[in-house]
Design a protein around this ligand. Structure first.
Ligand code: MN
Length: 229
């Protein structure tokens, strides 16, 4: 489904057909290890699942470039060897594409590993009339369309209050159209946009006019946030 002219939602990613570019966001690799250290139990095949899911997208459309819109890696500080292996596995899987990492607030230690793989790490990526940026900081200049991550938007409904669905949001920020991407992490669903405190300064206080696109077996346009209150 097109969320904006030339910008298609494919699973949890955005596809810019004209540029054969796929954007994914907030993988937060290593988050599971962190929870495991705290005593939560998780299956160990998170990286395999992620690669499988990416592979399905890559098999569907022609992709020359993959942009990771921030927070590839979760942890700020010390990093376990198994986590680095997971990051390297995913980067190796993508090695026949041009990979660009946009720096997120969690990506404090990403440069050495990206450099090792010959991958660019940038603060933002502008293409045509689009600015792709993580979304934790608002820069001075923005293009007509702005694509952010960082927020990990999800939504739940009254009849199933414990089930959260990942969503894309579309609304306005200043003069720009704003698209908010869900997280590509398959373990955590994200922030409930109607119940939880929002993170990104791009989203301000009122998102009632934003349109909601739910990603499940396919993409569903749920209309505006306020309609679903
Ligand atoms: Mn972030």
């Amino acid at each position: 489904m097109e969320i904006e002219k030339g910008i298609e939602i494919i699973d949890l990613g955005l596809y810019l057909k004209k540029y054969e570019t796929l954007i994914i966001s907030d993988l937060h690799l290593g988050y599971e290890e962190l929870l495991k250290e705290e005593g939560y139990l998780f299956p160990l095949n998170q990286y395999k699942d992620l690669i499988e899911r990416l592979k399905k997208i890559i098999d569907k459309v022609k992709i020359e470039r993959i942009i990771i819109n921030g927070d590839l890696k979760h942890d700020f500080g010390s990093i376990l060897r198994s986590e680095w292996k997971g990051v390297l596995d995913i980067l190796d899987f993508l090695k026949d594409k041009e990979v660009i990492i946009i720096k997120g607030n969690h990506d404090k230690m990403i440069e050495p590993i990206a450099n090792k793989k010959g991958i660019k790490v940038v603060n933002r990526f502008d293409i045509d009339n689009i600015t792709i940026i993580h979304g934790d900081i608002i820069p001075i200049e923005l293009k007509e369309i702005v694509i952010i991550g960082h927020e990990h938007p999800a939504i739940s409904f009254k009849d199933k209050p414990y089930e959260k669905f990942k969503v894309f949001l579309k609304g306005k920020f200043g003069k720009s159209k704003l698209i908010v991407m869900p997280s590509f992490n398959l373990i955590f669903p994200g922030t409930d946009i109607r119940k939880d405190k929002l993170l990104s300064p791009f989203l301000g206080k009122d998102i009632s006019e934003f349109e909601v696109f739910i990603v499940e077996d396919k993409v569903y346009n749920f209309g505006k946030v306020k309609k679903n209150l």
